[in-house]
Design a protein. Structure first.
Length: 335
């Protein structure tokens, strides 16, 4: 896991209690600076997998203070370097302890902040969605796979989907609403542009790049489940999401563009399969992402928020599972 620096601002009175607070924490280094304004700044170097546990302790002990502020900063490099553990029970174990396997992820706060930004409905987001739809439509009508891949690279469809799953897992209605707005705006933009292009372009329903997106199969369900799990893991592990975002776009952008092209060109019957595939993919991506978050033990910090989160998760899973069963039956019956 990567490293993080926790920058902690606290009052001078709280500064005296820090030595006991950090005694049982797997910190790698600590340094501090006391200011003349009655506050102190403390920097803590720690493995990203341990940030959540430490931040929960700090919030519980110091979070009520007027001067309290905790900022999590990524670390590109540090000298001298921090050596990873050489293995259980071997030398180096005490220098950098391993977190449990299920907690090998970035903190809840980092994940929430990133996905909140990714789910914002902005002019840039709409513009990128629109451009990706145009590029995908041209690629599909020409049968050019390279152009279609290019469209999926620029399509910003990963963030809002994973943010919706995180909101369902944490019971965060604001994040759920924000994500649904972005997803809805993106879907309407893609479908609307694709329909307009379908009126202007020569659309052949039997073209391979269109036909494969309008005839859903059980294998498409597995693809979407893998995309959702990969997308959530990309965010929780803190790795770049560009490649995984392309994988999610594989499941979302082409079938929606294909359905729009067919509707715009008057092939309404063939467009039904594309719409069914879009709904199937959205369902599977969110279901897999929620499952991944639950396995990684992502939950609210406060105990009084836990029951709300469980209730929201149960509702979301019930909705997605019901939709998946209905769509799977339709796919098996070949619509």
């Amino acid at each position: 896991m990567p490293l993080r620096v926790l920058e902690l601002r606290i009052g001078d009175r709280d500064f005296e209690d820090l030595s006991d607070l950090f005694a049982d924490q797997p910190v790698l280094d600590i340094w501090s600076d006391e200011s003349s304004e009655g506050t102190a700044i403390v920097w803590v170097l720690i493995d990203a997998a341990h940030v959540e546990a430490l931040s929960d302790v700090l919030m519980g002990r110091l979070g009520s203070g007027e001067d309290f502020r905790l900022v999590v900063l990524p670390v590109e490099a540090t000298l001298p370097s921090v050596r990873p553990p050489s293995g259980p029970g071997q030398e180096g174990e005490t220098e950098r302890e391993q977190a449990p396997a299920e907690l090998q992820r970035i903190s809840r706060e980092e994940l929430y902040q990133e996905l909140t930004e990714e789910s914002n409905l902005t002019v840039t987001y709409v513009a990128m969605v629109a451009l990706s739809a145009v590029v995908a439509a041209i690629g599909m009508t020409r049968g050019d796979v390279a152009i279609i891949i290019g469209a999926m690279v620029i399509a910003p469809l990963l963030g809002p989907n994973i943010a919706l799953s995180l909101g369902s897992t944490l019971g965060d209605l604001d994040l759920i609403t924000r994500s649904l707005k972005s997803l809805g705006a993106g879907a309407v933009t893609v479908a609307g542009l694709a329909m307009l292009l379908g009126m202007a372009l020569d659309v052949d329903p039997s073209a391979p790049q269109i036909l494969t997106r309008t005839q859903p199969e059980i294998g498409d369900i597995l693809l979407a489940l893998a995309s959702g799990a990969a997308g959530s893991l990309a965010f929780t592990s803190g790795v770049p999401t560009a490649v995984v975002g392309t994988m999610v776009a594989v499941a979302l952008l082409p079938p929606l563009v294909g359905a729009g092209l067919l509707v715009g060109s008057g092939h309404l019957g063939e467009a039904v399969g594309g719409l069914a595939l879009v709904l199937t993919n959205i369902t599977c991506i969110n279901l897999a992402a929620i499952g991944t978050f639950l396995i990684q033990q992502i939950r609210p910090r406060a105990w009084w928020e836990t029951e709300r989160a469980r209730r929201a998760t149960r509702i979301a899973v019930s909705i997605w599972v019901t939709m998946l069963v209905l769509l799977a039956v339709l796919i098996v019956l070949e619509l």
